[in-house]
Design a protein around this ligand. Structure first.
Ligand SMILES: [Zn+2]
Ligand SMILES: [Zn+2]
Length: 138
């Protein structure tokens, strides 16, 4: 288990937990690119019951390739995205790694949606690269 904590830009939304991450990865999908301000979003995926989030968030939901709903949560004051949830993995919280107090506790192990990566932000060579999502790699 590792202890983590983090917060949005203004600090109104904060979280902490003692977590056993299910996976750590960079997602290069179009939605994550638009959310991140870069070519990918870095996500630390942990069980819901291992992390506690405090503060007022705004939820925005989109339909993913799978047809399932993915929800993004933003601080109502500063607009930083703090985490995501997904209908297909309802027990998991996808923490946006850039909000960690110590970003170095995050090490990306996989890259998702490499097929959509932009030329100026390619999947990191140290990661296991998936063209889309692992579940759809047949
Ligand atoms: Zn904020
Ligand atoms: Zn994505």
């Amino acid at each position: 288990m590792k202890n983590i904590s983090g917060r949005c830009l203004c600090g109104s939304v904060a979280y902490q937990g003692s977590v056993e991450p299910v996976f750590s990865g960079n997602c290069h999908c179009t939605d994550c690119r638009k959310l991140s301000g870069n070519g990918h979003l870095s996500l630390l995926v942990v069980p819901n019951d291992q992390v506690r989030v405090e503060g007022q968030v705004k939820q925005h939901s989109v339909t993913a390739d799978s047809g399932a709903t993915v929800s993004n949560y933003f601080c109502v004051d500063c607009g930083s995205q703090v985490y995501k949830t997904g209908e297909l993995m309802p027990d998991m919280t996808f923490i946006v790694a850039s909000t960690l107090d110590d970003p170095e506790v995050f090490t990306p192990e996989i890259s998702l949606y490499a097929s959509r990566a932009v030329s100026w932000d390619l999947p990191h060579s140290s990661t296991v690269v998936f063209e889309t999502m692992p579940a759809s790699e047949t």
